[in-house]
Design a protein around this ligand. Structure first.
Ligand SMILES: NC(=O)C1=CN([C@@H]2O[C@H](COP(=O)(O)OP(=O)(O)OC[C@H]3O[C@@H](n4cnc5c(N)ncnc54)[C@H](O)[C@@H]3O)[C@@H](O)[C@H]2O)C=CC1
Ligand SMILES: O=C(O)[C@@H]1CCC=N1
Length: 270
């Protein structure tokens, strides 16, 4: 049987994942996207994907469903399924929704198999991370199918479900932390007289290069940091400023708070 992949909610995350899948060779005609606002669907249509404002149409016609609505909207979707008498049967239900657990999905979709995932937006440029944790109903063939679809998005990592909230707070949210840092670094460059565009490019390249240095050498970030930091040089003066401003503590607090918020968001599904 030909796989039909249905995205419920056509926003940022769905677009990044769908585009990653297309780059992996999935045909646009195999992708169906539902979203209530037609304007949001234009970019999908442009790529040749099927679009509709009717969630139930997508839920009924696809064997693989990817839930991509906001956690706060998920109860509305469940209500819509109930009101319109939709019952999932023998589908593979994948969620990217923060805080939505496999146990809850298994309760909602008892006759289907479920996999909780957590991607990030760089899936759009095939440099993402895709965490996944298979539900007890999912088979090895389901996981294989998931991997076949999402591998083009970037690094796929299987994770015990109790670690997903914390891991999401680094990889799901992480790009936003980095963009904020890039913007601030660029402001520093502009303050010192550099053109804005050059400052942003230098900041972006610093992040790409630093990430690649760790991934390709396997060296601990502390070792790589020391290799940049000359005794009596300029970097140590800058690092001292970061320490004084609580840079490391701020990042640790960011991950802690985001993890706790993800756990708290389970309340939307109770
Ligand atoms: N943006 C990100 O970086 C990441 C997001 N996620 C998860 O992805 C999910 C979607 O987030 P985003 O794409 O960022 O949000 P988004 O707001 O860009 O997309 C959600 C889409 O759902 C649509 N929508 C609203 N009500 C709907 C309904 N009743 N039925 C169908 N669609 C409806 C909205 O119009 C919107 O286009 C969230 O649950 C979030 O936790 C996970 C990892 C990273
Ligand atoms: O901000 C959020 O809630 C989503 C989940 C992880 C990244 N973005």
């Amino acid at each position: 049987m030909e796989n039909k992949v249905g995205f419920i909610g056509g926003g940022e995350m769905a677009y990044a994942v769908a585009m990653g899948m297309l780059k992996g060779g999935l045909k646009p005609a195999s992708i169906h996207v539902s979203n209530p606002s037609p304007g949001k669907l234009e970019r999908y249509k442009k790529e040749g994907m099927n679009t509709t404002s009717d969630n139930i149409q997508v839920l009924q016609s696809c064997n693989i469903i990817i839930l991509c609505v906001k956690p706060q909207i998920f109860p509305t979707l469940m209500k819509e399924m109930k009101t319109r008498g939709f019952k999932s049967k023998n589908q593979l239900i994948i969620s990217v929704i923060a805080g939505l657990t496999n146990a809850k999905m298994e309760e909602i979709f008892p006759d289907s198999r479920v996999i909780r995932t957590m991607p990030n937006t760089p899936c759009l440029v095939q440099s993402g991370v895709f965490l996944y944790s298979a539900g007890s109903s999912a088979t090895p063939a389901d996981v294989e199918l998931l991997l076949q679809l999402i591998s083009p998005c970037g690094e796929c990592i299987s994770l015990a479900e109790h670690l997903i909230d914390a891991a999401q707070s680094i990889c799901g949210c992480g790009p936003a932390y980095i963009y904020t840092a890039m913007d601030a670094l660029a402001d520093g460059g502009v303050k010192m007289g550099l053109p804005r565009a050059l400052s942003i490019k230098l900041a972006a390249q610093a992040f790409v290069g630093a990430g690649k240095m760790h991934l390709e050498t396997g060296l601990h970030p502390g070792v790589l940091k020391d290799a940049v930091t000359s005794p009596g040089g300029v970097t140590i003066c800058a690092l001292h400023e970061l320490d004084k401003a609580g840079f490391r503590a701020a990042l640790i607090n960011a991950v802690t708070t985001a993890t706790n918020r993800s756990i708290e968001m389970r309340k939307y599904n109770e």
